[in-house]
Ligand binder design. Structure first.
Ligand code: MRU
Length: 393
């Protein structure tokens, strides 16, 4: 997407040296736009673990590039062993989003059990990591096209005012390689001239809504307001929200959704107030091996410092960190929660919109249900016949 007139993705190979991965440093947004060079597996591990890159699709692509960087470091006599170790290191960084493990496994399936020499395997790793990044961006672009139809319908039913969409956390282009999931339909609607307005949940404790979603919507010119996390229920009671769209970190085969902490409360409020609640995700976010999200999805518990301190810009313009509770207050910081499928009106995917149910998901991804708990077809998105419309140049 555009940053000050230039086109950027969130992750790419450096033009002058394709042994280096470049990322937008999300730790310093919105106050500073900074590009970082990552040259080693350890660089990538830290970038994912410490959230220089974040968001389900982006950490998937980052992990794929992490395997490429590991391949560059591997001694040819212990190549596969090194990759297996790298895979374990990367999978350990962030547990909740399925995209990460999915991307690592896809890289391994191409690189292990392959009789080529080390040099060919490195090349294969480079090509495959780029394909993963490319297909993430393409999937998100198509999510935008399908979500656009939904927004068009709501716009047609409204007699006045813009379509008001509430979103939680950041599931925009910064959370993927490009376009985003929850925000991709918003950009598509805005670009095609539909009046849209976004309510941006601040998303405590890390404030990804305030710092990232607000930044990217502002950059694209989409009208929006930042709201307190707890305001959603009030706004829905007063008819201020037409549609909720969130991203997803993992969705089970039955349609249960793990997403940023607080999503469940938005879904409850939306159902109580008859506001349609949708989640948008590429197929790499499905976990077809899981059924019951509440029992099975691992929830990342993050450092209590994220709750005890806030980061921001002071009146003089200097950035800094402030403690917001007494010195020794202990805290618990769950990063995600699970919204049961029954609260979700639909899932917006790169293959279309389906019900959040086994039947609905099966109708779009039949190949993933053919062999019980196995996961055939998890690489299928590339083969998905996608509509050809082009919304963005
Ligand atoms: O902890 P983060 O910032 O990596 O959180 C993940 C997310 O961005 C959200 O949960 C999002 O809504 C879904 S994934 C883009």
């Amino acid at each position: 997407m555009n940053v000050d007139g230039g086109h950027y993705r969130t992750i790419w190979l450096k033009e002058s040296d394709n042994r280096v991965v470049q990322i937008i440093n999300q730790q310093v947004l919105p106050f500073k736009f900074e590009i970082l060079d990552l040259c080693t597996l350890e660089d990538m591990r830290r970038a994912i673990k410490d959230m220089y890159v974040r968001g389900a699709g982006l950490i998937g692509a980052a992990a794929a590039y992490g395997i490429y960087l590991a391949a560059l470091e591997a001694e040819s006599f212990a190549f596969d062993r090194h990759l297996l170790k790298a895979a374990a290191v990367l999978k350990n960084t962030r547990p909740t989003a399925s995209n990460l493990a999915w991307a690592v496994d896809r890289m391994l399936s191409k690189l292990l059990c392959n009789s080529s020499g080390a040099r060919e395997k490195i090349e294969l790793a480079r090509i495959e990591s780029q394909r993963i990044a490319e297909s993430d961006a393409e999937a998100c672009r198509h999510i935008g096209l399908y979500g656009l139809e939904l927004i068009k319908k709501i716009a047609a039913e409204k007699t006045k005012g813009p379509v008001n969409i509430l979103t939680h956390c950041n599931a925009g282009w910064l959370a993927f390689v490009d376009y985003g999931t929850a925000l991709s339909p918003v950009y598509a609607a805005f670009d095609s001239g539909i009046a849209v307005h976004v309510w941006v949940d601040e998303t405590r404790p890390r404030n990804q809504g305030a710092s990232l979603t607000a930044w990217e919507l502002g950059g694209h010119g989409v009208p929006h307001h930042l709201v307190a996390d707890n305001a959603g229920g009030y706004m829905m009671q007063h008819g201020l929200v037409d549609l909720v769209i969130t991203g997803a970190d993992r969705v089970t085969r039955r349609g249960d959704l793990a997403n940023k902490i607080g999503t469940y409360l938005k879904a409850l409020a939306a159902n109580e107030n008859k506001v349609p609640f949708y989640a948008a995700l590429p197929s790499s976010t499905f976990d077809f091996t899981m059924e019951d999200g509440l029992k099975e999805i691992p929830i990342e518990e993050r450092d209590e410092a994220e709750l005890r301190f806030v980061h921001g810009k002071g009146p003089g313009g200097a950035c800094g960190t402030l403690q917001i509770c007494p010195d020794h207050t202990p805290a618990r910081n769950w990063g995600f929660d699970v919204t049961p499928a029954r609260y979700i009106r639909g899932l917006i995917t790169e293959r279309g919109i389906c019900a959040a149910s086994e039947q609905g998901i099966r109708s779009l991804y039949p190949e993933c249900f053919t062999a019980g708990k196995e996961i055939p077809g998890r690489e299928q998105p590339e083969e998905t016949p996608l509509p050809k419309e082009k919304l963005w140049q």
